[in-house]
Write a new protein. Structure first.
Length: 176
């Protein structure tokens, strides 16, 4: 099991700035794509072809993309996706946070500590991931993949605006 200390949990800018800069440079935008796909959008910035086929509901939510169908709860929260590779259902806690997803035979529960996501567990209650939140809403410093002796720390790599642009593990491997 990986020992986590205050220094390793906060190893962000101060302790790994040179390594982080090198990883971000490797994951940086490499230029224009070699192919482009042009889409026409309507006045509401919706894909015009999908809008013409009634792919949006009255509140502007996507209901179909031609392959999958999306359904929403009264609060306009995504409830289910059918079609495509696998169907997914989503359930929410009374305060609006995602509480559960189910796809095929796999169920994932999202456990919160107040407004912050604390952990993801499977249907048997085993911890899949746990999160270390920062002071801001929906801002996380790192997460731990797995539980027990197999716990692996992972860090969120952010750009200067605070957007997560990649993740890294204890070995320094970056995943965009």
């Amino acid at each position: 099991m990986t020992q986590v200390t205050a220094a390793s949990a906060n190893r962000g800018p101060a302790l790994k700035s040179a390594a982080a800069r090198a990883r971000r440079a490797a994951a940086a935008f490499g230029g224009q794509p070699t192919t482009t796909v042009n889409h026409t959008h309507d006045q509401l910035n919706r894909d015009a072809a999908i809008a013409a086929a009634s792919g949006y509901d009255g509140s502007g939510s996507l209901t179909s993309d031609g392959t999958r169908t999306f359904s929403y709860a009264a609060e306009n929260r995504l409830r289910a996706v059918t079609g495509g590779l696998a169907s997914v259902s989503l359930d929410y806690a009374p305060w609006g946070r995602l509480a559960k997803t189910a796809t095929g035979g796999t169920v994932t529960y999202f456990r919160h500590d107040g407004p912050a996501l604390a952990a993801e567990t499977n249907g048997a209650g085993a911890v899949l991931r746990s999160y270390l939140a920062d002071l801001g809403t929906d801002q996380y410093v790192m997460w731990f993949e797995g539980s027990g002796a197999d716990t692996q720390p992972r860090w969120f790599e952010q750009d200067r605006q605070g957007s997560v642009v990649s993740t890294s593990d204890a070995a320094g491997t970056v995943t965009p």
